[in-house]
Design a protein around this ligand. Structure first.
Ligand code: EPZ
Length: 418
């Protein structure tokens, strides 16, 4: 079994290049279903989740080739069969193919994605959107099925600005008859990137990135070639790692606009940052102070950066409070950070963090993707050795994370243990 071993105490130094965004590439791959041509995705991140969604598409006869960061997808022979349910249950984002499949074939059956470690992850808003566009939804034992002779544009209000529901409904609406207006839509940069990808295929989408998205149905979409946006959460992860080690690094290939909430909160802590060409310099050699954070839909502070910030705040003297408003169970990393000497208490949706002078390395386990990243960050600053288990969670969302940290001077490696 593989684990990541970190010896803490090294200040990070040097430069790191950010990969393309996992949460942009996954819906983009799903949306390639909407046309029978070939779509090419350049600079794609070689992540476990990308391989899984590619296998899901292959299970419905998509022809996908992944070669040195390029994904070539030919959906001319796609068949409307139920995708492999083990794969769908393995990764929730697989459910993002539903809107495109209903749009292309008029009916589709898929295993219910189920919950995961951070919450029960319902799909009611996705299904509300499909119904509003004219689909009839039926549930079976562990699966959901949709039928629509024709999808017709409609006005849809999302009770919560769900990222996945916004993406799935957008994909169902681009070939619908007439106009769709999606209100209280998610505004994340990944939504905008998906809309840009779909528009490059010939879709007519306006307003993506705001809370109101207008989609004018078109007759067909064509193949395209596209380079997704950089991963703001990977960038944020390295920013926090530089801060906690009091190091100084340059992060290349970022979009500063996408990092605004992360930059704002790190600046509030006292981290020095400077924008240079297509990158940002992070200097952690400063006095830090405790702060409060509340995760919110974009442009609020991203929930996907909450565990990483928890590790940093655990080492800053004083009391910090993190309120997690997006997922109901995204505090599982707290137990692991406390094993390392952290002093964090949970009070409902809030984590009350009493900073300690120094964490101490020990055996910990990644409980989900971003929790795993948070434990690496904690290990980089802890005294002694930290061994992180269940690192398959981390590989879902980070390309060769230990190699990137090693290049920044971290004492980190992937080890094999029996
Ligand atoms: C996306 O998940 C991301 N995943 C998540 O990143 C991210 O944490 C999340 O958006 C929020 O930003 C991908 O893009 C692949 P949501 P998604 O629908 O779409 C509730 C990571 O670490 N909800 O915005 O599943 C839901 O319960 C992952 O990279 C409903 O109630 O998130 C949750 O409380 C983790 N009904 C809230 O909305 C629905 O139909 C946010 O979920 C759908 C969602």
């Amino acid at each position: 079994m593989k684990k990541i071993l970190v010896k803490g105490g090294k200040k990070l130094n040097g430069e790191v290049n950010i990969s393309s965004a996992k949460n942009a590439v996954l819906p983009i791959i799903a949306s390639s279903i909407l046309c029978g041509d070939t779509c090419i995705i350049d600079n794609a991140p070689m992540l476990e989740d990308v391989f899984v969604i590619s296998e899901v598409l292959k299970s419905i006869n998509s022809n996908i080739n992944i070669e040195d960061n390029k994904i070539i997808i030919d959906n001319s022979n796609l068949t409307n069969v139920e995708p492999d349910s083990d794969l769908v249950r393995k990764m929730r984002a697989s459910f993002l193919i539903m809107g495109a499949m209903i749009s292309r074939f008029g009916k589709f059956k898929i295993s219910l994605p189920g919950g995961c470690n951070i919450g029960n992850r319902p799909i009611d808003l996705h299904l509300k959107g499909f119904s509003a566009l004219g689909a009839e939804i039926n549930f079976g034992h562990g699966y959901v099925e949709a039928h629509a002779n024709k999808l017709v544009g409609n006005k849809i209000y999302l009770d919560f600005p769900s990222v996945g529901a916004t993406e799935n409904i957008m994909m169902a609406a681009v070939l619908a008859e007439g106009d769709t207006v999606l209100e209280n839509a998610a505004e994340e940069p990944e939504i905008q990137d998906l809309a840009n990808f779909l528009n490059s295929m010939g879709a007519k989408i306006n307003g993506a990135g705001t809370d109101t998205i207008k989609i004018t149905g078109v007759k067909e979409l064509k193949g395209t070639q596209y380079k997704p946006i950089p991963d703001r959460i990977e960038a944020g992860t390295f920013m926090v790692a530089a801060a906690i080690t009091r190091g100084k690094i340059k992060i290349n290939g970022i979009n500063e606009q996408h990092l605004k909430p992360i930059i704002a909160k790190l600046r509030e802590i006292g981290v020095c940052m400077e924008k240079v060409d297509d990158g940002i310099i992070i200097d952690g050699n400063n006095d830090f102070k405790p702060i409060d954070i509340k995760t919110m839909p974009y442009p609020g502070f991203p929930t996907d950066m909450q565990p990483q910030m928890m590790s940093l705040l655990a080492t800053i003297n004083g009391t910090s409070v993190i309120t997690e408003t997006i997922f109901e169970n995204r505090f599982m990393h707290i137990g692991e950070i406390n094993r390392m000497g952290g002093n964090i208490k949970i009070d409902g949706r809030c984590a009350v963090i009493e900073g300690v002078d120094c964490l101490t390395g020990c055996e910990v386990k990644a409980t989900d993707l971003r929790a795993g990243a948070a434990l690496i960050i904690a290990g980089l600053a802890a005294g002694g050795y930290t061994t992180i288990g269940d690192i398959y969670h981390i590989d879902r969302g980070y390309v060769s994370i230990e190699e990137k940290f090693k290049k920044l001077g971290a004492d980190i490696e992937r080890i094999e243990v029996d």
